[in-house]
Design a protein. Structure first.
Length: 556
């Protein structure tokens, strides 16, 4: 059982590519409501309150998320200042680290080429790339879960003498499994424990109910995960009592049982999200779920076969679990990016080794999904240039107002679509000619650049329609001593961009008081155009102006 030779040049090269793609333009556009601004505002309030233990939003206790990701944002804001770049920086760092770890793990399982295929499949797929440019919790949450599950697998392999070089003793892998699972719980909640324990339970069933890890070891890993969570839950309980635990548990139950905040969807929602959103890796991963010749499988060492089994289990657990959950949000299935890109790398590796062929249906599917992205990129500039013509056909007054925004479209915005057309044509031609390694580099490297170019050309323009009018108003009022509230829609933008300070009057936290009471300074109110009759009925606000679907009021 020989050691695996890691090529540090490849590892550092992959990390450098990640930095070049993930770090630029992080601060180029405002944070988006809700999630991005929500977490950034919690971090900002932590700094303002000088209280890093308990999350607050609008200077009220926030019971929906633990604080690990918020702490990372706080650290970035302390170093770089409060803003978009600092809010998104933790996920860019997570992306760089994730690519490096996937290369290392792929190399351990196979060889450096497989490590590059796995890291490249992750980097060059649409949603996995996009999430590392965001300010949401999930990239770190998913990484911690994956590391927890991976170390559980390594502990099992070490104990069972699988023929793979694992340099640490069993107890260290068990310790790491519990530690990373605990960190995942502290990042987003107890669902992390489910995402490690359910695949482990499914594997136990597959193993004919044989405890492949002794119960004592499983209990030890669970205890380590619990002790890790006590690093925060413990002091929180001691200082503030059981309120957070109770409210947080209630929120998690509601999230799993109902369509929270109107995020409903059909049962196969996440299947579609992964198939389209993880293009092009999803097409190759789909091939891994179909029949593979037994001659190929029989050549694999025990650990390669077993790891693929774990990845298939994880993929199906994520898909089925979050298909059953009432709330349907795109990033709920983002943990599946790890097994999906692994399966993609495995198929690409077999194609490169001439053990699998590039099937005609794979060509057609790549063109179909790639064509869908191209169609969107080509149509959006046309819609932007002809927005005024479309307004009469829209029934939603707010959408009509959105399209009235002054957003410049030059036509150059089609360039990412043309780029995707070129790389798809070149890469698939390379695959047809048997130049598989070149086809992989062009397809996944080109798709990564496609996503980056799409963000550069489109994200500010889309934000110009959706929220910029309101955010610019909040930024303008950040220079005044005033109160700002929203009515009829949920938002955190007025807190972050108006730089709300800790309230000096308790009643100022009550929107009813600001609407009808006797405030000590001006009150500004923002609503959407279809809710203006409700403000008129109050009889306490004077309309200032309307812009892009938003209506702005003042109460002096």
């Amino acid at each position: 059982m020989g050691k695996v030779g890691f090529d540090n040049r490849h590892g550092w090269g992959i990390a450098a590519i990640g930095a070049l793609l993930f770090l630029p333009f992080l601060g180029g556009v405002h944070l988006f409501d809700w999630d991005e601004i929500n977490f950034a505002e919690i971090a900002r309030e932590m700094i303002l309150r000088n209280d890093y233990l308990k999350p607050h939003i609008d200077f009220k206790p926030f019971y929906e998320k633990p604080p690990v990701f918020i702490w990372l944002q706080v650290l970035a804001m302390q170093l770089l200042g409060v803003g978009e770049f600092a809010a998104r920086l933790p996920n860019a760092v997570c992306g760089i680290l994730t690519l490096w770890l996937l290369y290392r793990q792929g190399t351990r399982l196979y060889n450096p080429r497989f490590g590059i295929l796995w890291a490249g499949s992750y980097l060059g797929s649409v949603l996995p790339f996009l999430y590392f440019k965001s300010g949401i919790i999930d990239p770190w949450f998913n990484l911690f879960i994956f590391l927890g599950l991976s170390n559980l697998v390594f502990a099992y392999w070490k104990r069972a003498n699988f023929q793979i070089h694992l340099p640490r003793p069993v107890w260290q892998y068990q310790l790491l499994a519990g530690l990373f699972t605990g960190l995942a719980i502290l990042t987003k909640g107890p669902v992390a424990f489910l995402m490690v324990s359910i695949p482990a339970g499914v594997y136990w069933v597959y193993a004919n109910l044989r405890f492949y890890i002794p119960l004592r070891a499983l209990a030890g890993m669970s205890a380590i995960a619990g002790l890790t969570t006590l690093l925060w839950f413990g002091p929180e309980w001691v200082l503030n009592g059981p309120t957070f635990i109770r409210e947080f548990t209630t929120y998690q139950i509601r999230l799993f049982s109902t369509a929270d905040a109107g995020h409903k969807g059909f049962f196969g929602y996440h299947f579609v999200v992964l198939l389209v959103g993880c293009f092009p890796a999803s097409v190759f991963a789909l091939r891994a779920l179909l029949r593979i010749p037994k001659a190929i499988l029989s050549e694999e060492p025990d650990f390669q076969e077993d790891f693929r089994r774990w990845m298939r289990i994880l993929l199906w657990v994520v898909l089925i679990l979050f298909s059953l959950v009432g709330t349907k949000i795109v990033h709920y299935s983002s943990l599946a990016y790890f097994p999906l890109t692994y399966l993609s790398a495995w198929v690409l590796y077999l194609i490169g080794e001439k053990k699998l062929t590039f099937s005609p249906w794979m060509y057609r599917t790549l063109w179909a999904i790639g064509g869908l992205f191209m169609l969107v990129v080509f149509i959006l500039p046309w819609i932007g240039k002809n927005a005024a013509r479309l307004i009469p056909y829209l029934r939603d007054p707010f959408a009509q107002g959105n399209l009235e925004a002054s957003v410049h479209w030059s036509g150059l915005e089609m360039m990412p679509g043309l780029w995707l057309l070129l790389i798809l044509a070149y890469a698939l031609r390379a695959f047809r000619r048997g130049h598989n390694w070149n086809g992989f580099r062009v397809l996944f490297g080109g798709t990564a650049l496609f996503v980056l170019l799409t963000l550069v050309f489109f994200i500010r323009r889309i934000e110009g329609y959706s929220q910029r009018a309101a955010i610019e108003f909040f930024q303008e009022k950040s220079k005044e001593d005033c109160y700002i509230i929203t009515h009829g829609y949920k938002s955190y933008a007025h807190l972050f961009y108006a730089k709300k300070q800790p309230p000096t009057r308790p009643e100022a936290q009550d929107s009813h008081f600001l609407q009808y009471g006797n405030p000590d300074k001006p009150v500004f109110l923002v609503t959407k155009v279809h809710r203006t009759h409700e403000i008129d009925d109050m009889g306490t606000f004077e309309e200032l102006y309307r812009k892009n679907g938003f209506v702005f009021y003042v109460r002096k």
